[in-house]
Design a protein around this ligand. Sequence first.
Ligand code: F6P
Length: 516
Amino acid sequence: MTDHTTINTAWERLAKRLEEQPQRTLTELFADDAGRVAAMSQRIEADLGELGELGMLLDWSKTHLDGAILDAFEELADAAGFGAAREALFGGGIVNITEGRAATHGAMRGSGTDADVEEGEALLARMGMLVGAIHDGALGEIKHLIHIGIGGSALGPALAIDALTRDLKLVDVHVVSNIDGLALEQAFAACDPATTLIAVASKTFTTTETMTNATSALKWLADNNVADPSGQVVALTANPEGAVEWGVDETRILPFPESVGGRYSLWSSIGFPVAMAVGMADFQAMLAGAQAIDTHFREAEGRANAPLLAAFGDLYYTRIRGCQTRAVFAYDERLALLPDYLQQLEMESNGKSVTSDGKPVERPTAPVTWGGVGTDGQHAVFQLLHQGTHLIPVDFIAAIAPGDDLDPAHHRSLLMNCLAQGAALMAGKASDDLARHYPGDRPSAMFLVDDIDAATFGALIAFHEHRTFAGAVLMGINPFDQFGVELGKAMAKSIDSGEGDFDASTAALMAAAGLA
Ligand code: F6P
């Protein structure tokens, strides 16, 4: 861990160095360097054998990063101990300092110490056996799966299933996270209790929303004449004892290590509903795609390391240019849930105010991540991106291969729009009529993947995990804890118990809502 003084000094040096340089516009950057596109883009490829192929083109040329900025950031990365932190991540070091834990999500897909990888393989084999047995009818006919979890125990599975099951879904999966009973009722309405499996996904197996929903789901099975309701329950957890106590049979508990963080847990048994929906072969392809990015992240140095380069861009805009948000627009319906997923990954990981050694940070940390799908966003919020007063770096994500079988005009138009937006944000358009003036010089990055198959999907997610980790290292913060979520939970409990001293506004609202 690099101490806050070293990190702060490195940031001051970087800021000073960048202040001394002329800030060039995007158009100037292109005019000054005919080789800019080649220099600022990178194609990542991997042949994954029978699991498929991976190909994605990342283009950072429409950002303000240039050679001098990258030199400064590479120096910062050295000062921040990026190399050692990366080795600690994969080497099972205690990178989650405040909780005294390693972060071994990489090992769940084959990247980590021998012991951690072996454990990951054993857990995966166990999951594979259960998935296979259920597909083969060991629990009777299973047509539906209600996956109950929240935050990291829901967002990854929901995204992966939405992204990868457009063509074929082996089981009809409903992901339910909210405590609002409407969410669960909606799932019940779409499922037949006799052929529904309930997966209770909770790292801690104590989360109120999940345990309340799980109890209601069990009751729903019982109320609908299922002879052995708990026989239709699977638990996905790092607290197997808690699951046993709650009544799940040990044979249907899929554990994962405590050192796998909630928002990094898609690769572990939390991915069970994904495997149920797409089959183990595709699940393994997803892991292999992610592992290919692990290898790239472990081996590539400096600006050639794509997640690190992305983190340079993120921090340049947040800490040097004062951007408070970052937008992600997927020009692909299959990735409609990606912004939600990235919100948790980035905001829960890096939305911090203290350094890893417990001192207040001196510059902003994670921006607000937001976004949606294109082309929808163009007709709703892009006005602000083009002409608003905020500078917002945008990531565009699109696939060369279409996800649909309709007239190719659909996909062609989707891609044309995506590329046009990046070009328009950069170029702008001058007009004497200020209402019609586009200032331009607005940055964007492009992720153009060959296809959205399981391997590419895994790679995209792992890329963002490492981008987030790299950003945390450069800021000197711990991306693996989330103490900020606890106070609200405790206060909700106090409202429930009627104890606690509430402010006048909350007390009045409690009375108005019938809670007091
Ligand atoms: O409240 C935040 C959080 O702890 C997340 O970090 C986590 O992903 C989510 O709740 C769910 O936690 P669990 O998997 O333990 O139910």
